[in-house]
Design a protein around this ligand. Structure first.
Ligand SMILES: [Zn+2]
Ligand SMILES: [Zn+2]
Length: 160
């Protein structure tokens, strides 16, 4: 699977060795760990918070609704839905923003949950659509996940 992508120019998937250049790390052949993620203006979201996920910095975003706003850190591990920081009632529609410039992440489509939309976070500074994380704006939705190719992408987007 992800191993085949190790020579992709836009995205380094490294096996076990942690590199400053790595965007995604494949750990013990099992875990994919995001080490860089970008807003549409190119700000890196990884490591601007203070949380630690099993030794790795989280993916930091600002989350807001009409009543409050706060920092949230998402686990950098693919498939791990843990997050730390601000919380909202289950199902609350929230805005997901860059903590540095405040831009909202672009919508890529409807989520399979009731009324959520998926927003994309780029995984490389070239803002290439082939590699992104999508995050649902319905608080507590579990469809948010790491996307690393278009096939996987179409698998779970609810086509309109
Ligand atoms: Zn930004
Ligand atoms: Zn959703």
């Amino acid at each position: 699977m992800a191993k085949d992508k190790s020579e992709n120019e836009d995205l380094n998937i490294l096996k076990e060795n942690i590199s400053k250049d790595g965007k995604i790390i494949l750990k013990d052949d099992v875990y994919i760990i995001v080490t860089q993620a970008f807003c549409p203006n190119g700000h890196n979201l990884v490591g601007c918070g203070k949380e630690d996920f099993d030794g790795y910095p989280g993916i930091c975003v600002k989350v807001a609704n009409d009543e409050k706003e706060g920092m949230l850190e998402l686990s950098p591990f693919q498939g791990d839905h843990s997050k730390r920081g601000v919380t909202f009632p289950q199902g609350t529609k929230v805005k997901i923003k860059c903590p540095t410039c405040g831009v909202e992440f672009p919508v890529v489509g409807r989520c399979k949950c009731e009324d959520g939309h998926l927003h994309k976070i780029y995984l490389n500074p070239k803002l290439n659509d082939a590699h992104m994380i999508v995050v649902c704006d319905a608080w507590g939705c579990y469809f948010s996940r790491l996307i690393d190719d278009n096939e996987l992408f179409s698998e779970f987007i609810d086509e309109e």
